[in-house]
Design a protein around this ligand. Structure first.
Ligand SMILES: Nc1nc2c(ncn2[C@@H]2O[C@H](COP(=O)(O)OP(=O)(O)OP(=O)(O)O)[C@@H](O)[C@H]2O)c(=O)[nH]1
Ligand SMILES: [Mg+2]
Length: 267
C-alpha cells in the first residue's frame, strides 16, 4: 500500500512520520528516510516503510508512507510523489492564519490527482487538523460542524507531542483497505480478515486502545469505501475554503499564500 501525507508547508507532515516511527515496534518499522534543508523543510520527500504481520503471521501488509514537500516551489515533486497513492492524509494547520494555505493545498491535491489520471472522489482521504496546542486556531466546534458536512474522517492532532498521530494513520489504513477491498476483493482473494489485520497493525504501532476507540475520535466523516460515486469529496474542506473570499470554493485557482517562517526547531 502506498500512503501519502499531503498538506501545506510546515503543517507537520514530517513530524507525523517521526512520531509514527518512534511509536512502531522494531519489527514493523523500516528506516525513516528524510531529506531536509537545515531549517527542516522537506526538500524532496520523506519515506517510512512499515510492515505489519497478521496474528498468525501468514500475511504481511507492507506500507510505503510518504510525505510531500509542502513549499510552493516543490509543485512537480508533489505530483510525482502522489503517483500511485492508494490513500492520502491531508495534514492541515489549525491556525486561522493558515486557512488559505490549507484550502490551496487541498485544491493542489485535487489537481495533481487529476493530472495523474486519478480522482479525488475515488481516493481514500483522511483530514488531520494539526497544531491544536497553538493559540488562534479554529475551534473544535467549528471543525466538527465542518466535518459533519463531509464524508472524510477528520481528526485533530498535536503531532509534535504524538497526539492524534496514530488515530489519523489507522483511520487512513482502514479507509484505504476498505476501498481496495471493495474494488479488488482483497480480503477474499488473500483470505484475510481486513478488520483483524488493521487491529494487528495498530497493535504493532503500540496503540493503547482498540481501533474502534481510535476511529471513534474523529470529529466527523465515515469509513464507507470510497469510489461508489456517492461521496461528496472533502465537502468539509471546501466549506472551509468558501468561508473566506480568498479560499476559493470548487473550481477556484490553486493560489498559495506565502509560507510562514518555521517557529519550532525540528525533531
Ligand atoms: N506547536 C506545534 N508545532 C508543531 C506541531 N507539529 C509540528 N510542529 C512544528 O511545525 C514545524 C513544521 O513541521 P514539519 O513536520 O517539518 O512540517 P512539514 O509539513 O513536513 O513541512 P514541509 O516539509 O516544509 O512541507 C516544526 O517546527 C515542527 O516541530 C504541533 O502539533 N504543534
Ligand atoms: Mg516535511
Amino acid at each position: 500500500m502506498k500512503l501519502v501525507y499531503y498538506g501545506p508547508a510546515l503543517s507537520g507532515k514530517t513530524t507525523n512520520l517521526i512520531a509514527l516511527h518512534e511509536r512502531a515496534g522494531k519489527d514493523s518499522r523500516g528506516r525513516l528516510m528524510t531529506l531536509e534543508t537545515k531549517n527542516d523543510r522537506t526538500l524532496f520527500f520523506d519515506l517510512l516503510p512499515l510492515t505489519f504481520r497478521s496474528q498468525g503471521g501468514d500475511v504481511r501488509l507492507r506500507i510505503k508512507l510518504f510525505t510531500v514537500p509542502g513549499q510552493p516551489i516543490h509543485a512537480s515533486t508533489r505530483k510525482l510523489v502522489l503517483q500511485g497513492a492508494d490513500g492520502v492524509a491531508l495534514i492541515a494547520d489549525s491556525r486561522l492564519s493558515e486557512l488559505e494555505n490549507n484550502a490551496a493545498s487541498f485544491l493542489d491535491l485535487r489537481d495533481n490527482l487529476k493530472a495523474n489520471g486519478s480522482d479525488i472522489t475515488k481516493t481514500p482521504l483522511v483530514i488531520q487538523f494539526n497544531k491544536r496546542d497553538l493559540p488562534e486556531i479554529r475551534s473544535d466546534e467549528e471543525l466538527r460542524k465542518m466535518a459533519n458536512r463531509g464524508k472524510e474522517p477528520v481528526f485533530t492532532a498535536v503531532a509534535r507531542d504524538g497526539i492524534g498521530v496514530l488515530e489519523t494513520f489507522v483511520a487512513l489504513l482502514h479507509l484505504t483497505w476498505s476501498t481496495l477491498d471493495a474494488v479488488h476483493g482483497l480480503g477474499q482473494k488473500l483470505r484475510v480478515d481486513g478488520r483483524a489485520l488493521i487491529a494487528d497493525s495498530a497493535r504493532q504501532l503500540n496503540a493503547a486502545v482498540d481501533i474502534e476507540e481510535m476511529l471513534g475520535k474523529r470529529l466527523g466523516g465515515s469509513f464507507e469505501p470510497v469510489g461508489n460515486g456517492q461521496r461528496d469529496s472533502a465537502a468539509s474542506f471546501r466549506a472551509a475554503a468558501s468561508s473566506s473570499p480568498n479560499l476559493g470554493g470548487p473550481g477556484a485557482p490553486a493560489t498559495r499564500g506565502p509560507s510562514t517562517p518555521r517557529s519550532q526547531g525540528g525533531a
